[in-house]
Design a protein around this ligand. Structure first.
Ligand code: SF4
Length: 69
């Protein structure tokens, strides 16, 4: 929903949720660690977990699969 003051952005401990110049809210899937706090606080439940993406693929592939997009 690209909230003006997105709760998801406030709770991300990794700082990977940002606002683009168009005001779109974007989760950087390259660095998302899959904490899923954004999913828990979003009033509409929009961020969802996906398997096989994110930084775990590079640093700990055995742990890959907990991303939130
Ligand atoms: S993910 Fe949820 S809280 Fe974040 S901008 Fe979209 S609607 Fe707002």
């Amino acid at each position: 929903m690209h909230c003006d003051d997105p709760t998801c952005q406030k709770v991300c401990p990794f700082g990977v949720i940002g606002k683009e110049s168009s005001n779109a809210v974007h989760i950087d899937d390259t660095f998302c660690f899959g904490g899923a706090k954004c999913r828990d606080v979003c009033p509409w439940g929009i961020p969802q977990r996906q398997a096989g993406v994110g930084i775990y693929l590079k640093i700990a592939p055995k742990l890959a699969g907990g991303d939130a997009m």
